[in-house]
Design a protein around this ligand. Structure first.
Ligand code: NAP
Length: 273
């Protein structure tokens, strides 16, 4: 045990939060980088009505960093001192950094979308179809806009697709027109369809996917979702939800500690959890 009186606390909050891999992941990485006396990472279940008191506690205890998950990403924003421009545009915070009592909110989810896609080459001028209109879809639309990708949002509730399209400069289609995603260079599934415990189906019909496309599934459990299995069969390039998790996490780690962790260390640690 290397924790001492100067060890800084970071944590994840959500409701529920018991399933979070954050503590195992971050504490293992601190260990690998020899930082286990500098930082410790815990999980805390916070109910909606406790959010304001929680934020006071962060200030009082000098907690260094907070990862924010469902359902608090939007509601926590009003209790913070500053919001960075990207988080403001996306309308959600997944990371809080405490600098001497000043709490600033960030959103690293959009980097989790952009970075793995950038590995496949220049994004500017490409087209994308985003399925869904929740928090992950907003991060995806923001990332597409920032990278010069023309995008179309397809969602079950069309009004929500329209809102994202108008917020981030894209177009939208009703779910009945999902077949039009065939024409997109990039497909991003930001619905929970395919997620363990939700459904084991693919959001897309096999015939909508072809070999020139990149198919990105935000769902990270299971590792190989039904959508990605189909996409692989159709010889499309694929990006796993775990890549999103890794790239948003690398940025979060840097915001908390001021240090970089390599993608290899992050990936290897994650695979051993
Ligand atoms: P969310 O805010 O609840 O939004 C979910 C969206 O999916 C909504 O637009 C909803 O449509 C749509 N949807 C839900 N069930 C559907 C179904 N059966 N058929 C068609 N559309 C359906 O969720 P979120 O926070 O954006 O998360 C979405 C997924 O991304 C989750 O699986 C989450 O775990 C994953 N995620 C992964 C990462 C990562 O790091 N890999 C990060 C964030 C999120 P309506 O608008 O019509 O309700």
């Amino acid at each position: 045990m290397k924790i001492n009186s100067n060890t800084k606390i970071c944590m994840v909050i959500g409701d529920p939060v018991e399933h979070s891999i954050g503590p195992k992941l971050y504490n293992s990485i601190y260990g690998k980088l020899g930082m286990e006396s500098e930082f410790v990472y815990v999980a805390c279940r916070i109910k909606e009505e406790q959010l304001e008191d929680f934020v006071k506690g962060v200030r009082a205890m000098g907690i260094r960093g907070v990862s924010v998950t469902i359902p608090h990403k939007i509601n926590i924003m009003k209790f913070l001192d500053k919001i960075d421009d990207c988080a403001k545009a996306i309308g959600a915070v997944n990371t809080i950094v405490n600098d001497d009592g000043i709490l600033k909110g960030f959103n690293t989810d959009f980097l989790g979308i952009a970075k793995p896609l950038q590995k496949f080459g220049i994004l500017n001028g490409k087209s994308a179809g985003i399925i869904g209109s929740g928090g992950a879809a907003r991060a995806a639309a923001f990332a597409m806009n920032k990278n010069g990708v023309k995008f179309t949002v397809f969602n079950r509730t069309t009004e929500r697709a329209e809102k994202i399209a108008s917020d981030f400069g894209g177009s939208f289609e009703s779910f009945e027109n999902l077949i039009k995603i065939k024409n997109c260079d990039i497909i991003i599934n930001s619905t929970p369809v395919g997620m363990k415990g939700y459904s084991n189906e693919s959001i897309l019909n096999e015939s909508y996917i072809s070999k020139n496309q990149i198919v990105f599934d935000c769902v990270y459990t299971p590792y190989d979702t039904e959508l990605l299995k189909i996409a692989e069969k159709r010889k499309a390039k694929i990006i796993h939800g775990q890549d999103m998790l890794i790239h948003q996490g690398i940025e979060q780690f840097k915001l908390y500690t001021g240090k970089s962790v390599s993608e290899d260390i992050f990936r290897e640690t994650l695979s051993n959890i």
